[in-house]
Design a protein around this ligand. Structure first.
Ligand code: 13P
Length: 272
């Protein structure tokens, strides 16, 4: 983390779990367990059907609501889809795009991701852009190349001021829902490479302002080590975000993770 230059964000991705009627009690329990002072931005990305109840439940709290996807279309005859205007109307502040489950099961392409990122930013919603390699790609030593391509493609055509509002989530596919977490070194290597890609596309000022999250079996036990890495600015959490105690523990982890000194970053040429 590097609080001097960018936000620390802990975002839960509930995926297709929980019921609308469970939103209120979850939020009440979580609020009771959260640290008293704000140490990070806390987000819950819920299924569409839960968002209205969740938006009501988080009112006057430090929790923001996120969606898990959005249509590339503005409105019209697109049965089953949900557009950005609907999300805005419900008070949604963040939206996941390009999650590997959307890419794998719903054919979401890099072009779709790029269109969604542009439209979300226009509407004032922060995109959480997911990137990450498969196990096969990692084993073939293609991780950095593949992730760099995904990042460049997602950010194509954006202005520096827009990039600073984007959040990138590095989620190695092999670590999602498997209990196999990337080591802190593996996660830091890729998150650092993502920042280097942004630096090469824009400049160091832009790159150091972007929050980069890690996702993939992050939990109450392994969060501290991951959050202590200079280029990891938070987490996108699946399974562990469904339990208030675990999610609250990860949020609390942002209190204890030491802030990275900018002088060290400059020396190492990363982490900025
Ligand atoms: P898990 O934390 O369950 O591995 O899921 C990660 C994820 O896909 C978050 O978007």
């Amino acid at each position: 983390m590097n609080r001097k230059y960018r936000k620390t964000i802990i975002a839960g991705n509930w995926k297709m779990n929980k019921l609308p009627s469970e939103a209120r009690s979850f939020v009440d329990e979580l609020r009771a367990l959260m640290p008293r002072t704000k140490t990070c931005d806390t987000v819950i990305c819920a299924p569409y059907a839960i968002i209205p109840n969740l938006s009501r439940a988080i009112k006057d709290s430090r929790i923001a609501v996120g969606a898990q996807d959005v249509s590339t279309h503005d409105s019209g005859a697109y049965t089953g889809e949900v557009n950005i205007a609907m999300l805005s109307d419900l008070g949604v502040k963040y939206c996941i795009v390009g999650h590997s489950e959307r890419r794998a099961y719903h054919g979401e392409t890099d072009t779709d991701v790029n269109v969604k990122v542009h439209k979300l930013l226009e509407a004032g919603i922060i995109p959480i852009i997911c990137v990450g390699e498969s196990l096969e790609q990692r084993e073939r030593d293609l991780t950095i190349e593949f992730v760099a391509y995904q990042v460049k493609s997602a950010l194509y055509g954006l202005e520096p001021k827009d990039i600073k509002r984007c959040v990138i989530a590095y989620e190695p596919i092999w670590a999602i829902g498997t209990g196999k977490t990337a080591t802190a070194e593996q996660a830091e290597e890729v998150c650092g490479a993502i920042r280097a890609v942004i630096r090469s596309m824009f400049d160091a000022r832009v790159a150091r302002a972007v929050s980069i999250l890690y996702g993939g079996s992050m939990n109450a036990k392994n969060c501290d080590e991951l959050l202590a890495q200079p280029d990891i600015d938070g987490g996108l959490i699946g399974g562990a975000s469904l339990k208030t105690a675990d999610f609250a523990r990860i949020i609390t982890g942002t209190v204890s993770a030491p802030p990275v000194l900018p002088e060290l970053n400059r020396e190492e040429g990363r982490g900025e």
